[in-house]
Design a protein around this ligand. Structure first.
Ligand code: KG4
Ligand code: ZN
Length: 360
């Protein structure tokens, strides 16, 4: 007899409102639908995410996303076996919107509720996309997160290191802002860097002189600001070539730092079946190639889920929720929204809490 589990996932911890339906058939996950509604247009005039605007937009869009996810999956609420929701970490207003919506559905339909850590959603994605076995090493690199995780189970994570200030995506976004380029900065900086000379400017490689896997990106941004101001003072403006060289130098520095710290994390995490990456910054071809090279040097398989599942989405929350559900985890109406929620309870919280919210 086939055993199926159909689970609705909700995600609203940052600036994407998302709902998805996932069905496990004999333990194999199938994404029946995955709806993501971004909010970048709402925040465009403010140079960053405005938590109050984000929270209101989530509250307005969540039920629409849920209906779209059910329609696309061609099922009704009666076909669901459970509801999974991001309960943190993230911007509190958004997380609260998602948790309240999930509680409403669970209470109305008498369904089990599972609160999911957003970072666990990202960290478990290679199991959804590649059926990867535990343990494996995960590098999470996005606008809000940057950490190395040894993943040993759906609730067993060891953080080997992380950023002590900005996340790399945040640094790409700030770089774009400093150079008068549009947001989100990552893709634009990558595109601008294509014609650039990465050797023209000497940017620092922060924390490489210290042991361990912690990272830092805010000094890099300051170095870029200094070079920009120097050029502007000399020539009263930036040429296209200046911008391209600055972007290329910055991107190379981020890539070098991530590669070297990945080397160290791989050495520290023995017995891993693969080195995985997730988060928007994983879309960067230079960074991806550098990480792939590190994995190859180490003789470890490199896995990067497709971009739509690398960035924020609800399918990963439904999937993590399904794994937790099957391991016996249940929440109830006391489930709290947690702006900070470190995955690894042994580690101290990461210090930085940038524009995109708490990094746990
Ligand atoms: O994972 P994501 O969609 O959202 C969260 O931050 O949670 O990641 C978005 C971040 C942004 O900071 C964006 O600038 C960065 O990922 N990003 C990139 C690239 N594409 C997106 N950074 C570098 N190169 C890219 N090609
Ligand atoms: Zn995320």
């Amino acid at each position: 007899m086939t055993a199926t589990l159909t689970i609705l996932g909700l995600e609203s911890s940052c600036d994407d409102t998302a709902a998805a339906v996932l069905r496990l058939v004999d333990g194999v996950p199938h994404i029946l639908s995955s709806i993501v509604q971004g909010q970048s247009d709402l925040h465009a005039d403010f140079g960053g995410i405005v938590p109050e605007i984000a929270a209101r937009a989530h509250a307005e869009k969540l039920d629409i996303c849920v209906q779209q996810a059910l329609d696309k999956a061609d099922i009704g609420l009666d076909a669901l076996d459970a509801v999974a929701v991001t309960a943190g970490p993230g911007l509190i207003g958004g997380v609260l919107s998602g948790v309240m919506c999930a509680k409403g559905i669970a209470a109305a339909r008498g369904l089990p509720l599972v609160g999911v850590n957003h970072l666990a959603g990202h960290a478990l994605t290679p199991r959804l996309t590649h059926g990867l076995a535990y343990p494996y090493l995960m590098l999470l690199v996005s606008g809000g997160h940057c950490q190395f995780l040894l993943v040993e189970g759906c609730d067993r994570f060891t953080r080997l290191g992380g950023t002590i200030d900005d996340a790399p995506g945040e640094a790409f976004d700030k770089t774009a802002r400093l150079l008068g380029l549009p947001q989100p900065g990552g893709p634009v900086v990558e595109h601008t860097a294509k014609d650039g000379d990465a050797r023209r400017f000497t940017f620092p490689r922060p924390l490489l002189d210290r042991p361990g896997c912690d990272l830092s990106f805010s000094g890099l941004k300051t170095a870029l600001l200094r070079e920009r101001d120097r050029i502007v003072a000399e020539k009263s403006g930036l040429t296209r070539k200046d911008r391209a060289d600055l972007c290329a130098g910055f991107q190379r520095a981020v890539s070098d730092v991530l590669a070297e710290k990945s080397r160290r994390a791989l050495s520290a995490a023995t017995g891993c079946s693969a080195f995985c990456v997730a988060g928007g910054v994983a879309a960067n071809a230079t960074i991806r190639a550098a990480l792939e090279q590190v994995a190859a040097e180490h003789g470890t398989e490199f896995i990067a889920p497709p971009l739509a599942l690398c960035t924020d989405n609800a399918a990963m929350i439904a999937h993590a929720g399904a794994e937790l559900f099957l391991s016996g985890h249940r929440d109830d109406m006391t489930l709290a929204a947690r702006p900070r929620w470190p995955l690894d309870r042994q580690s101290p919280s990461i210090l930085g809490g940038g524009k995109r919210g708490a990094k746990a």
